[in-house]
Design a binder for this molecule. Structure first.
Ligand SMILES: CC(C)(COP(=O)(O)OP(=O)(O)OC[C@H]1O[C@@H](n2cnc3c(N)ncnc32)[C@H](O)[C@@H]1OP(=O)(O)O)[C@@H](O)C(=O)NCCC(=O)NCCS
Length: 184
């Protein structure tokens, strides 16, 4: 008997709707991966930036406990600010922090770059690097773990070349020293 009663129309709010609402969901997903702006890091951005740093590194080197390194990053970002290093954060159209980069305008050293794993491959890392290039004094230098193949591929694609080798001060793992020079 109960099954034969007419059912009221189901109205879902946007975001949890079924197939008929999917265009809206698709648009939201696109906006989430679309860069809106790159701005200087403000204290209010710090929790999100630390979260994305932990997530991106945990994906890159799952054998290391990056959760435990949160305080290290907070301290490092404070040291960089005290040394007049620029700290730039990319935000999506939906207001989410997508990634960040630090660049010393005095010598072009790039100490940190990280993009949240949800935003890998969508061009935001290149946009952050372009932002750093605009701040840099004609060159950018950095070191990268030699076995961080995704990052190395990214830098090579962006015109960096190997200028030396080294070792990570904490892990002892081999690093590559890479450099980009502004074309003259
Ligand atoms: C490094 C990082 C900022 C690059 O951002 P990204 O969005 O992943 O970069 P992109 O997708 O534009 O470029 C990565 C390239 O490596 C390729 N790639 C992916 N996995 C790879 C792998 N295992 N080996 C080699 N290349 C790989 C991608 O296909 C891509 O090349 P393509 O554009 O020609 O397809 C980001 O991966 C990140 O935050 N990593 C963790 C933190 C980190 O390693 N920082 C750098 C430390 S120096």
């Amino acid at each position: 008997m109960r099954d034969s009663l007419p059912r009221p129309p189901v109205r879902f709010p946007p975001g949890i709707a079924g197939k008929r609402r999917k265009p809206w969901l698709r648009r939201q997903a696109i906006l989430r991966r679309t860069l809106r702006e790159i701005v200087d890091l403000a204290p209010a951005h710090l929790p999100e930036v630390v979260d994305l740093w932990v997530a991106s590194w945990a994906r890159t080197m799952p054998e290391i406990d990056f959760e435990a390194r949160r305080p290290w990053l907070v301290g490092r970002l404070a040291e960089l600010a005290a040394a007049d290093v620029r700290r730039r954060v990319a935000f999506s159209e939906t207001g989410e922090a997508m990634g960040f980069v630090t660049l010393d305008p005095a010598n072009g050293w790039l100490d940190q770059i990280a993009v949240g794993p949800d935003f890998w491959g969508c061009g935001v890392a290149e946009r952050l690097l372009d932002d750093a290039r605009a701040i840099a004094p004609g060159r950018i230098g950095l070191d990268v773990n030699a076995d961080n193949s995704r990052a190395v591929a990214f830098y090579e694609k962006q015109g960096f070349v190997k200028v030396g080798t080294g070792a990570n001060p904490r892990s002892g793992l081999p690093t590559l020293i890479l450099e980009w020079r502004r074309p003259t």
